[in-house]
Design a protein around this ligand. Sequence first.
Ligand SMILES: [Fe+2]
Length: 259
Amino acid sequence: MKFSSKIFSTELDTRIIAVHSPKIRNRIRFALISDLHSSRYGDGQQELIDAVRAGKIDAVLYAGDIFDSRQSDTPTLELLSGLSEYPSFFVTGNHEMKNTDADKNRAAARSFGICVLQGNETSVEINSQRITVCGVDDIYDSEEEFLSQIENVRKPLNDDFRIFILHNPEIVSVYEKVTADLFVCGHVHGGQWRLPFINRGLVSPRRTLFPKYSSGLYGIGNAKLIVSRGLSKTSTRIPRIFNRPEIIFIDVCPSHQNI
Ligand SMILES: [Fe+2]
């Protein structure tokens, strides 16, 4: 590959990030899918679907902006349909909330058997391992509604491993308010341009330079935060630089004491 095509490459990337917890006995592998913005990955989204299946996952976490307020819904619907065999969990991003059809987006997700989270939590068993998954709508539409959803999911209902899906990792007040073992987010698109060597993103959608959370794994107190660089290829005229779109496979694993 020529150097210039490496800089601007939008070739799909995948990586595995492991999170360990004494609450886990059996490993669960999730695909974290964020900020697709209805971008196209081959006929029928086959490239994405094949990549997820090749990851031998157990479940899917959709962290918002899967739909896009300015793009056709068709590529997104093809992806949701193609992965409907997996237990899946969905929250809105700012694009779904901006879209006057946010309810339609949620209804479409539900029609594929996806659990839509709006300030609530669900307890599920995957690989004989019980966990809870909770999530909230993006703050875009109404801060009051966002805070009320946060209040609903502040405290866990049980001691199970708890995943919290939130579109925007920059709303840091959430990390103080909500108890969770793992937060998963997107929204920042890796900072659009990734700076080699220091491995930082340049700018967030809110024009913050060098956003603190833009790609990969972070510690938030005793919890972990994983931020996807997202899958958008077409929603902005600014090219991605050193910032290939990605699917993150998250391995929630036993801690070393109970392996
Ligand atoms: Fe977003």
